[in-house]
Design a protein around this ligand. Structure first.
Ligand SMILES: NC(=O)C1=CN([C@@H]2O[C@H](COP(=O)(O)OP(=O)(O)OC[C@H]3O[C@@H](n4cnc5c(N)ncnc54)[C@H](O)[C@@H]3O)[C@@H](O)[C@H]2O)C=CC1
Ligand SMILES: NCC(=O)COP(=O)(O)O
Length: 335
C-alpha cells in the first residue's frame, strides 16, 4: 500500500500566530499527514495559554504522522530562546531559519512530501544580522535553482509576480527579458503540472501607468515586455498583454484568463488579498520541492489571543497535499 502524503509544517515566528494556528489544526482529524517543525516547548506553552488540549508527539523520519484529533506530531527544533506571544526577539532568528532548513532538506531527501510554512517576520530576522527577504528567495537559494515564482491563489484568481521582495526603486531595472522569460515559462509549466490546465491563459500587466501610454509614461513595455512576450508566444505560451494594470483586474479580462502575471508585489497582491484574504495560498513555483504558505503575516497583534483565522493555513495544506499527490502520480518521487 502507498504511504499517505506527509507534509512538514513550519510554525514560523515564535511571537506570531503561526504556533497557535498549527495547534488549532489538532482540533480535527487530518487526511494529510502533518509534522510540525518547531520548538516543542513553544507549542506546549501556547497550547496551555489558549487552553488547547493537544498532545505533542516527537516525530522521527519514517514514522507515520499522528492525524487524530487532539494529537500532533512534532519535529523538535532547538534554539528558540524566547517564547512570548506578540514580542519578537531577533535572538530566535537562527531557530526560525533552522525550521525552514530542516523542512526543506527533508523534502529534498524524500523524507517528507512537501512543506507548508507559517509566517515569519522578515524584519526581525534581518535585525539579527541575517539578510533574509522571504521564504521564496531563501528556498530558491537552498535548493540551488536560478529562478522561482511567487504565486498567490484563491479558487477564483491566481496572481504570479515577476519580481518579489524588492524595494520599488529597484523594480524597473529588475524586469529584464531574461527574468520575464524565465518567470513566464515557469508559470506556464507549473500551471499545467499542478493545476490541470492544458494551455494556461496568462494576462500580463504592464509596469507603468496605462502600460506606458505608447511610451509617453515609460518605455519598459516597448523595450522589454512586448518583445519578450512576442518571443514567448512563438514558444507556444498563451499571453495577453502588456495590459494596463488598473483595468486588467476586471471581469472582462479575468473571465478570459487562468492567471495574471503582475510585474511587482504591490501591483498584484493587494487585488488578490482584497478578493480573498484569509483563504488564499502562496505557492512557490519552480522549486524541486513542494512549498506552499499562508497568505498572511505574523499578526503580532493577535498572537496569543486564539482569535487568528486558520482559513489560509487550511488552503495551504490542501494545495500542498494536492501537489504532493500529483508528484507521486507523476513518479517524480518514490511512491
Ligand atoms: N508567509 C509569510 O511568512 C509572510 C510573512 N509576512 C510578514 O509578516 C509581518 C507582518 O506583516 P503585516 O504586513 O503586518 O501583515 P499581517 O498579515 O501580519 O497583518 C495584517 C493584518 O491582518 C490581520 N491578520 C493577519 N493574519 C490573520 C489571520 N490569520 N486571522 C485574522 N487576522 C489576520 C492582522 O491582525 C493585521 O491586522 C512582516 O514581517 C511580513 O514580512 C507577511 C506576509 C506573509
Ligand atoms: N506577500 C507575500 C510574502 O511576503 C510571503 O513571502 P514568502 O515568505 O513566502 O517569500
Amino acid at each position: 500500500m502507498t504511504a499517505p502524503v506527509t507534509l512538514a509544517l513550519t510554525a514560523g515566528e515564535p511571537a506570531g500566530i503561526g504556533p497557535e494556528l498549527c495547534l488549532m489544526l489538532a482540533r480535527e482529524a487530518r487526511d494529510t499527514g502533518l509534522v510540525v517543525v518547531a520548538c516543542e516547548a513553544l507549542l506546549a506553552e501556547r497550547a496551555r495559554r489558549l487552553g488547547l488540549d493537544v498532545t505533542l508527539h516527537p516525530w522521527q523520519p519514517g514514522e507515520p504522522a499522528r492525524c487524530e484529533p487532539g494529537h500532533l506530531s512534532v519535529w523538535p527544533v532547538a534554539g528558540c530562546v524566547s517564547r512570548a506571544a506578540g514580542k519578537p526577539d531577533p535572538a530566535n532568528s537562527r531557530y526560525v531559519l533552522a525550521t525552514l532548513e530542516t523542512a526543506a532538506r527533508a523534502c529534498l531527501d524524500g523524507v517528507l512530501d512537501g512543506m507548508v510554512t507559517g509566517p515569519v517576520h522578515k524584519g526581525v530576522i534581518n535585525e539579527a544580522g541575517v539578510a533574509f527577504s522571504g521564504h521564496t528567495e531563501f528556498l530558491q537559494a537552498l535548493c540551488g535553482v536560478e529562478r522561482v515564482v511567487m504565486m498567490l491563489a484563491t479558487d477564483e484568481l491566481r496572481v504570479a509576480l515577476v519580481t518579489t521582495h524588492l524595494p520599488l526603486r529597484e523594480v524597473a531595472d529588475a524586469i529584464t527579458p531574461e527574468r520575464l522569460g524565465q518567470v513566464a515559462r515557469i508559470l506556464d509549466r507549473d500551471l499545467r503540472a499542478w493545476f490541470g490546465l492544458e494551455q494556461p491563459r496568462i494576462l500580463v500587466a504592464g509596469l507603468n501607468p496605462h502600460a506606458g501610454e505608447g511610451g509617453h509614461l515609460g518605455r519598459e513595455e516597448i523595450e522589454v515586455i512586448e518583445p519578450t512576450l512576442a518571443r514567448l508566444r512563438q514558444e507556444g505560451l498563451s499571453l495577453t498583454g502588456p495590459l494596463p494594470a488598473d483595468t486588467l483586474f476586471t471581469p472582462h479580462w479575468l473571465e478570459q484568463a487562468d492567471a495574471v502575471l503582475a510585474m511587482y508585489h504591490d501591483q498584484g497582491l493587494p487585488v488578490l488579498k482584497y478578493q480573498g484574504f484569509g483563504r488564499a495560498v502562496n505557492v512557490t513555483l519552480g522549486l524541486p520541492i513542494v512549498r506552499t504558505s499562508v497568505d498572511h503575516g505574523t499578526a503580532l497583534d493577535l498572537a496569543g489571543t486564539g482569535t487568528a483565522d486558520a482559513g489560509s493555513l487550511h488552503t495551504a495544506i490542501r494545495v500542498a497535499g494536492h501537489m504532493a499527490r500529483c508528484r507521486r502520480r507523476a513518479g517524480e518521487v518514490g511512491a
